[in-house]
Write a protein that binds this ligand. Structure first.
Ligand code: ANZ
Ligand code: ZN
Length: 963
């Protein structure tokens, strides 16, 4: 046996694969297709990062497995090469960005190839290639034609250092300072400079026209839940209503947007964005809105105006405030402090009324109401009395019912809540020297049967909190003593003591007592008693409002005043502008499609102009052109596209990268799209993913792509951090260079290590020392070739198997092999690469203990190892006498009959109490397990006669039967 010489082997096979082209995807294949995709890299000057290897290896494993499963796989690669770092580097060094990009991609390409990824290199694309960006520009022109690209004066985020307009997504919260406090305003994502606002004419893309579809169609794709959530939050779809409030005297009115029309009877003020207030009163309120920072202190100025609440008819004050922004909804809200956290905070500060109009509904009561018995309504108090000396609470243990409560009782005529509370506390406990501290939020609606009174009750319990001034108390009446006993409960035991809702008690510790959930309406005129969800529609009708869906998503600012991007292919013609005065195009004439691409001209200086225009504005020869429409004097647009443009459709180009007539042929698109599996960074969930879904849907509407969604499945990888847990960065000098590691340990080891270092979806810190583990494993896998016995097992061979420590001779091998196949197969599909590898390691450990191994077993093992470590397995495959690549073999299936199911002990609970145990087999279905549990002797005895309401199964751990 030769030694495992990774350098030689890896070089050999990379050459061989390149020559044989086994990873080239076939366009007109009869095989089923599989399209696996990674986010194409930005070819930065620093070269490949170990983070790239993590995501690329993962999809490489999946692609290789798919090939072995009989698919025609497309696993492409390209360069997302426009953007600031290259431009800034060009500014600094004077080297042209084209040259910088070429050098960087050359380095990157070499690095990627040195890892043996099974990319189809024939399809390599580059967003900065005019042959590519011709089509990016072409798609822009289609958007322009459909009115989805337009110019508008925008307040944009402006980075004074980079001299560039930033999209909202590119402005990030300032990093926390050493004290851990997050610093003031947003900063530029790239350079960290505090961002300013500037007004500028910008090209915009109307992504908001697609907001609803982008939101709803998430139902039809298989994205990780947190990715869907990220998209949904970013789109921010809110169903609500627009309702008009008239201003007293004069003709003005204010339209508010609310998601909670059901709370309108609790609207005790109006709050307007300062700009909206100014429109009505012509006054400047000197307030700045900053909705980015939710915990900023709420500030408002009373405008002096009064508005009429259209539901209650009351006149309410109108404020200009800093927490309502003009560009969301209508820029005006009805303030409902009782049910909105921000309004609560505001109302507390300005002494405005807090009126609860939605009661929380108690769901589980000890004594449910009796059927066919009428309800008696009670307004009631639920009092929490604390003795501050020993931090105990005064509570009641009822004698005629199984209740344990605070001090409760009805409010009588002429009493306010506090009076009623003091009276009840005195009657039921004798304590009299009490200090009222506060109310405890919205009342609790409880419907129950009162055994003592033989009545059905419907009660609204208002929570009140008191503290004992001293323990002086009087003897209580005999009939009270018969009702309940008094208990002093330590504060940490109160929650488990109470048989009623603990919400009121929990509110004692809270400052903000707004209640934002649903329930039943109270204090709401004829709507009192109605379910809040139902009341939404009814109240909208009642006040003449309009149902309305609002989105947080804004249109996409598509202009950058920079050099290194796709020129926006339009020309401004002053005479056409005059001729079309008032009409939409505003003199912006599209470059005729036949003249595409509009190529970037050579410039000497990449610095943006002092006025903030793009460097292109300084090249009169390029800027001054004839108008394509009237042939008059005209000027090119000098803005360029943002770097999200080229990445919005690149996955389409891969299907047909050399096409000069279309961005891709219909035929190829039909065969290859949608992408079956796309893996990328969590940080691209809200930007790239949303933008490309938007472009895709637009192209779908033009019937240019066959499906309405680009990606069927989307997963994410966790970041690789530096040793010690910091982010890897040049400035910290903690970046790991993959080239050295490949030299020392080999590409296969590096791939294995990155897949083994931790759960794929979680961040994990680098540890070069740990590379040795995977390396040793590969060496042992290599050495196993020495143990191969001839395919026909000799009697001697059998003997040896019997002696093997995993028991049972041949059967033992069969079992562990089949278990390994099963586990590795499943783990790859769920991206649990680390456990797949540990399974392979266990296999090698076990098999190494026996003195021989059959070639068949060894070959099967090599097959399932090959996606992880393609070079070493290819070499061994050849050593074993095979002529064709191991990646052209078929993926082994496990034989279920060979696997002895593992037995697992499961705990059985009834109503949460431990009642027994039982054994299940690892593969059993949930249904079988539940059935078996119910049949269990002990269980049967315990539930005798009772009906089973629910059976809850927690995987491989416990069963809870609720009766
Ligand atoms: C009354 C109300 C009562 C509200 C209540 C909430 C709870 P989302 O879900 O984010 O869409 N709002 C409306 N426009 C606003 C703006 N321009 N700036 C700040 N806040 C605004 O939130 C919609 C809710 O946020 C609206 O419903 C409104 O407050 C507030 F118990 O109206 B609501
Ligand atoms: Zn013209």
């Amino acid at each position: 046996m030769k030694e495992y010489d990774h350098k030689k082997i890896e070089r050999k096979w990379q050459k061989e694969w390149e020559k044989s082209g086994i990873y080239h995807a076939q366009n007109n294949s009869k095989k089923p297709k599989y399209y696996s995709l990674i986010e194409f890299p930005y070819p930065s000057g620093a070269g490949m990062h170990v983070g790239h290897i993590r995501s690329n290896t993962a999809m490489d494993i999946i692609s290789r497995k798919r090939r072995m499963e009989g698919f025609n796989v497309l696993y492409p690669i390209g360069w997302d090469a426009f953007g600031l770092p290259t431009e800034n580097y060009a500014i600094k060094t004077g080297i042209h960005p084209i040259k910088v990009t070429k050098d960087n991609t050359d380095t990157f390409r070499k690095q990627l190839k040195s890892l043996g990824f099974s990319f189809d290199w024939l399809r390599e694309i580059n967003t900065t290639d005019p042959k590519y960006y011709k089509w990016t520009q072409w798609i822009f022109l289609q958007l322009l034609k459909k009115g989805l690209a337009y110019k508008a004066k925008m307040l944009i985020n402006w980075c004074p250092k980079d001299k560039i307009g930033l999209a909202n997504e590119e402005v990030v919260p300032a990093r926390p300072d050493d004290s851990g406090r997050s610093g003031g305003d947003g900063v530029c994502e790239r350079c960290g400079t505090v961002v300013e606002k500037r007004e500028k004419e910008q090209w915009m893309l109307a992504i908001t026209k697609y907001a609803d579809r982008l939101y709803k169609d998430l139902d039809n794709v298989d994205y990780l839940p947190q990715i869907k959530l990220g998209q949904r939050n970013w789109i921010g779809r809110s169903e609500g209503a627009e309702i008009i409030f008239n201003i007293e005297r004069g003709f003005d009115s204010v339209k508010v947007f609310t998601t909670r029309p059901d709370t309108i009877f609790g609207a005790t003020f109006l709050a307007l964005a300062p700009e909206i207030a100014k429109k009505i009163t012509s006054k400047d309120y000197g307030i700045k809105v900053d909705t980015d920072r939710d915990n900023k202190e709420k500030v408002g100025v009373d405008t002096g105006l009064k508005a009429k609440n259209p539901a209650s008819g009351e006149l309410i004050p109108v404020f200009a405030v800093n927490y309502v922004s003009a560009d969301y909804g209508t820029g005006a809200i009805m303030g409902v402090p009782a049910h909105d956290e921000r309004d609560f905070e505001f109302a507390k500060k300005y002494g405005l009324e807090i009126r609860y109009v939605v009661a929380q509904v108690e769901k589980e009561v000890v004594d449910p109401p009796k059927e066919e018995m009428p309800f008696i309504y009670r307004k009631a108090v639920d009092c929490y009395v604390r003795n501050p000396k020993d931090n105990t609470f005064l509570m009641l243990e009822w004698k005629k019912a199984k209740w344990r409560t605070g001090i409760t009782g009805g409010v009588e005529k002429g009493e306010d809540m506090i009076q009623a509370a003091r009276r009840e506390i005195y009657e039921e406990t004798g304590y009299k020297n009490l200090k009222f501290i506060k109310e405890l939020g919205t009342p609790l609606r409880v419907e129950f049967y009162h055994p003592g009174k033989n009545e059905n009750r419907r009660a609204d319990f208002y929570g009140l909190y008191f503290e004992l001034e001293n323990t002086e108390h009087d003897e209580i009446a005999k009939e009270e003593k018969e009702k309940h006993s008094i208990v002093w409960v330590p504060s940490d035991k109160v929650k488990s003591f109470l048989t009623t809702s603990t919400a009121k008690f929990e509110n004692i510790g809270k400052n903000n007592l707004s209640y934002d959930d649903g329930g039943v309406l109270i204090n709401s005129g004829q709507f009192s008693g109605m379910d809040s969800e139902k009341a939404k529609k009814e109240i909208i009708k009642f006040v003449g409002g309009k149902e309305k869906v609002t989105f947080k998503l804004r249109d996409w600012i598509f202009s950058r005043q920079r050099y290194w991007g796709e020129p926006i292919p339009v020309i401004h013609c002053p005479s056409c502008a005059k001729a079309s005065a008032g009409k939409e195009d505003g003199g912006w004439i599209p470059v005729p499609e036949k003249d595409l691409p509009v190529e970037l001209p050579k410039v000497k200086n990449y610095q943006p102009t002092a006025s903030g225009e793009s460097p292109l504005a300084n090249i009169p020869k390029w800027v001054n052109v004839k108008c394509p429409k009237c042939k008059g004097k005209a000027k090119r647009e000098t803005d360029t596209m943002p770097n999200w443009a080229g990445s919005s459709w690149y996955y389409l180009r891969y299907t047909d990268p050399k096409n000069n007539k279309e961005f891709a042929s219909k035929e190829n698109l039909k065969y290859w799209t949608p992408v079956d599996w796309y893996n990328g960074g969590m940080e691209h969930t809200t930007l790239h993913l949303l933008y490309s879904r938007f472009w895709h849907k637009f192209l779908y509407d033009l019937k240019l792509v066959p499906t309405s969604e680009p990606y069927m499945k989307r997963t994410s990888h966790g970041m690789i951090l530096a040793e010690g847990g910091d982010k890897m960065s040049k400035s910290k000098d903690n970046v790991v260079n993959p080239d050295d590691l490949i030299k020392t340990y080999g590409a296969d080891t590096l791939r294995m290590y990155e897949m083994f270092m931790g759960p794929f979806d979680q961040s994990v810190a680098w540890s070069s020392d740990s590379m040795i583990g995977p390396r040793r494993f590969l060496e042992r896998a290599w050495n196993l070739q020495d143990k191969i016995t001839p395919p026909q097992p000799s009697p001697k061979g059998r003997e040896e198997f019997k002696a093997s420590p995993f028991g049972g001779g041949r059967e033992g091998v069969d079992r562990i092999l089949n278990e390994t196949i099963k586990k590795v197969t499943e783990d790859i599909e769920t991206m649990k690469f680390n456990t797949a590898i540990s399974t392979l390691m266990i296999f090698v450990n076990e098999i190494s203990k026996s003195e021989s191994i059959s070639q068949g077993v060894y070959e099967t093992f090599l097959k399932i190892l090959s996606p992880f470590a393609p070079h070493i397995t290819e070499e061994l495959w050849q050593i074993l006498g095979h002529k064709k690549s191991i990646n052209l073999e078929s993926w082994p299936a496990h034989d279920a009959s060979k696997i002895k199911d593992e037995e697992i002990k499961i705990v059985i609970q009834i109503n949460g109490k431990l009642r027994g145990e039982m054994m299940i087999e690892a593969g059993d279905s949930e249904e079988d397990i539940k059935g078996k549990a119910i049949e269990n002797e002990v269980v049967r005895r315990h539930i005798a006669g009772q009906t089973i309401k629910k059976v809850i199964y927690i995987n491989n751990r416990l069963i809870n039967i609720v009766v």
